[in-house]
Design a protein around this ligand. Structure first.
Ligand code: ZN
Length: 317
């Protein structure tokens, strides 16, 4: 077996404006979202998911996504993703000029029907239509498929690994640029994560390029570690750990960006993100989301005296 080497750098994508805000009933004003994007950029974040092209009637919180893409694209070097549920959304993402569209594909049959009213293989067919639409449009927008409920599902319980691998193969064969694995409901444990990421990498190689973990049951960062040690070096996270389940009040949300950056930084792994600046931004967000349930340990405890941002943290600045 090859000896494990810690990576020098990992990429953290901020997804709070999409995964976080979609689970909060209130609508954050566009002006505050713009400040969030600018603040994240100033702290060194270079990948951000700014919203979702779902019908505004379904998710009024994210109705300003096109405007956010336009603004984020003015920041040099910022890589802008949007979530897209169908072909119509994909057309809007391409028209808006997003760098990446993130297409969710629920591995769980039950979750897929409940969420998108389609079986997983019908979603694969829609993804094929989106790849074709991109070709016809001559668009450079890249496509990432997020394999949601890849590690368990609140509706169906267990999700089988061969089914995850089969669907990864199916979408890669269609020509999508990369896939990610998501523990959408916080069911995963680190051993399971290590096994799945290892097996998925045998199928997808470097096109497996994202780990998306929720801290619903306190295992978020442990699962990040398991994926990291299985060779993953891109992770999604939400500032202040927002992104909880609307059906479980008070439950933890996504892995908190600041805790993830701290984890990496404390191990000497660069993220390009200045943790102090990120904590200042979190402070602002706390004001904007007053009354909402926020999470994260570092913001409560503060940084230890021994912490320094890794030397090459500002490489991309
Ligand atoms: Zn999520």
């Amino acid at each position: 077996m090859k000896e494990f080497q810690w990576p020098e750098r990992v990429t953290v994508r901020e997804v709070g404006l999409r995964d976080g805000l979609q689970s909060i009933a209130r609508t954050l004003p566009t002006s505050q979202k713009l400040q969030w994007i600018q603040g994240a950029y100033d702290a060194g974040v270079r990948e951000i998911e700014v919203g979702s092209f779902v019908p505004p009637k379904l998710m009024p919180q994210l109705a300003d996504t096109a405007e956010l893409v336009t603004f984020a694209k003015t920041l040099p070097g910022m890589c802008v993703s949007v979530l897209v549920p169908n072909l119509k959304g994909a057309e809007r993402a391409m028209a808006a000029g997003a760098d990446w569209m993130l297409l969710p594909l629920s591995v769980s049959h039950a979750h897929s029907l409940a969420n998108l009213r389609k079986a997983p293989d019908d979603v694969v067919a829609e993804i094929g239509a989106i790849v074709e639409a991109r070709r016809m449009a001559g668009s450079h927008c890249k496509i990432e498929v997020g394999m949601s409920t890849a590690l368990g599902c609140t509706l169906q319980g267990r999700v089988e690994v061969p089914e995850v691998l089969r669907l990864i193969q199916a979408v890669l064969a269609l020509g999508v640029d990369r896939v990610g694995l998501a523990d959408t409901v916080g069911y995963a444990d680190p051993r399971q994560v290590g096994d799945l990421f290892t097996q998925a990498r045998e199928v997808a190689g470097d096109r497996l390029a994202c780990g998306h973990f929720h801290d619903t049951r306190g295992l978020g960062l442990a699962n990040v570690m398991a994926a990291l040690q299985a060779g993953e070096n891109r992770f999604d996270a939400c500032l202040a750990g927002i992104g909880g389940c609307p059906h479980a009040p008070g439950a933890s949300g996504n892995v908190a960006t600041e805790d993830l950056v701290y984890l990496m930084g404390s191990m000497g792994i660069a993220t390009g993100i200045d943790l102090q600046a990120l904590l200042t931004l979190r402070q602002q967000l706390t004001g904007w989301l007053a009354g909402e349930c926020l999470h994260g340990s570092i913001a409560q405890a503060g940084l230890p005296k021994t912490y320094t941002n890794p030397q090459n943290a500002r490489l991309s600045a």
